[in-house]
Design a protein around this ligand. Structure first.
Ligand SMILES: [Zn+2]
Length: 181
């Protein structure tokens, strides 16, 4: 095995890894969570997989990216993830973007942009903020249609549920996706 080959970074592998993030997002959906999934890839291999678990853990910080980053740090044995890429189905929020910069991820690939809260260039760009000590490469819009459709279905379903089962669903800002998503 050639251990020193460069990581595969091409559109085909982006599609592939986003497919895994989508699979995880569907698991979040099935659990009643805002459907966001994330994977961390290092040297062409997935080293961490996570999906949003805010409701399950009753923890607003339990976004897919945060959980995946913590897992990846454990696998790498370092808080620095400088040779890793993060794939996530929705553009990271400011909290996750902050964490991404702290762990110095090399590259962030996302599916659906989030015009209201996206911190990878839509609402603001923390991933390439000039005065911070790390900047990431960003690729947006990978398998965007599928990622957006999943969010749209989820929020559509939540809105329907809210009228019949008060308290069963939330439409608060933590959804972080606009109603017209
Ligand atoms: Zn987040």
């Amino acid at each position: 095995m050639a251990g020193l080959e460069p990581p595969i970074i091409d559109l085909q592998s982006d599609d592939h890894f986003m497919g895994e993030a989508l699979r995880l997002a569907r698991r979040a959906f099935a659990g009643g969570e805002v459907p966001v999934g994330a994977v961390v890839v290092r040297q062409g291999r997935i080293i961490a997989r996570a999906f949003n678990q805010v409701e399950l853990l009753t923890d607003a910080t339990a976004h897919a990216e945060m959980i995946a980053i913590t897992q990846a740090e454990g696998v790498v044995g370092d808080w620095r993830l400088t040779d890793c890429s993060l794939y996530v189905t929705k553009e990271p929020c400011p909290m996750c973007a902050g964490a991404i910069v702290h762990v110095r991820l090399e590259r962030v690939i996302f599916g659906a942009a989030d015009p209201k809260a996206g911190a990878a260039g839509s609402a603001l760009n923390l991933l390439q903020f000039p005065s911070l000590n790390h900047r990431c490469l960003i690729t947006g819009g990978v398998r965007e249609g599928e990622c957006r459709q999943l969010l749209r279905e989820f929020f559509g379903q939540q809105r329907g549920r809210q009228t019949t089962l008060p308290g069963a669903a939330r439409g608060g800002p933590e959804g972080s996706m606009p109603a017209d998503a």
